[in-house]
Design a protein around this ligand. Structure first.
Ligand code: SF4
Length: 278
């Protein structure tokens, strides 16, 4: 969502009295009252509204669907397997403003991905060192993202990784997951699925983390995805084995190769197509 990734972006609780008047910020809402207030906010520095613990509040979404606006919503699903059936409430809201859903890939999350994709919503997965079971579901989700015609909006982190393989400047996985403390700064909130807390993760954390991994002989040293990943999957446990994660990257690389071949074939055909034009 943040287009100018060189800027700091503050994450603040909706109940705060004061809000930045010079710095881009995200407000975190957890009540219907706060949601109603911020849906009508007009601050030019408000980038998006992060909504937590409200998906089961039917009235909140009926109200939100009546308030068109330019400020996007990022809906956090803490338990996607349980909450997925409430996603249909976002269909009318998505008609009046941009809506994204974000979720940890907890067991059963694929049901939420499928329903979110069928509603045309962008999806952000937030995997922290996925278990073998989660990796199986991530692999199923990746196949869905790559091959199912129902998917029209991005599913992250797959989408940006593929874009990186195609040469796009997407930053590192730390920025794709929106938890690089140099950009995403969490102030005074306890956010399990958001960026790391500013007090524990100072600026420069990512480069320092990778440096430490390399110094300690982590497998990142010879990893083909190091430029993009920057040691993200070694956090918080540096002994985590990345075999499963690397298989996901390899599937994306294969898809990238296929895209390259398709583009080459198309370009080879283009002069022929052009010569048919009178
Ligand atoms: S995928 Fe794993 S080994 Fe490779 S750079 Fe990332 S954390 Fe390091």
């Amino acid at each position: 969502m943040l287009e100018e990734a060189d800027k700091s972006l503050l994450f603040l609780e909706a109940g705060n009295e004061n809000y930045p008047d010079e710095t881009p910020f995200v407000v975190i809402v957890r009540s219907q009252d706060h949601l109603n207030r911020w849906l009508r906010a007009s601050s030019p520095f408000l980038q998006w509204i992060q909504v937590e613990q409200l998906l089961d509040e039917k009235d909140a979404w009926a109200e939100a669907a009546q308030v068109p606006g330019d400020i996007p919503l990022d809906i956090i699903l803490s338990e996607p397997c349980r909450e997925f059936s409430d996603l249909y409430r976002l269909a009318d809201v998505a008609a009046v403003r941009d809506v994204r859903i974000s979720m940890p890939p907890a067991t059963g999350f694929f049901k939420a991905v499928r329903l979110g994709a069928s509603l045309g919503l962008p999806i952000r997965l937030l995997p922290l060192q996925p278990s073998p079971e989660t990796l199986r579901e991530l692999s199923e989700t990746l196949d869905f993202y790559l091959h199912d015609p129902m998917v029209e909006a991005p599913i992250e982190f797959f989408h940006s990784t593929l874009a990186w393989m195609r040469g796009a400047q997407v930053g590192s996985l730390w920025t794709i997951f929106e938890d690089d403390p140099d950009v995403f700064v969490l102030l005074g909130v306890n956010e399990p699925h958001g960026p790391p807390n500013a007090e524990d993760f100072p600026r420069g954390f990512v480069s320092g983390w990778l440096e430490k991994l390399l110094h300690n002989g982590a497998e990142c040293a010879n990893c083909p995805w190091q430029t993009l990943c920057q040691g993200h999957f070694k956090w918080p446990d540096p002994t985590y084995s990345c075999d499963g994660v690397k298989r996901l990257f390899a599937v994306l690389r294969s898809a990238d190769d296929d895209i390259g071949l398709d583009l080459s074939a198309f370009e080879a055909q283009t002069p022929l197509l052009g010569s048919q034009v009178p």
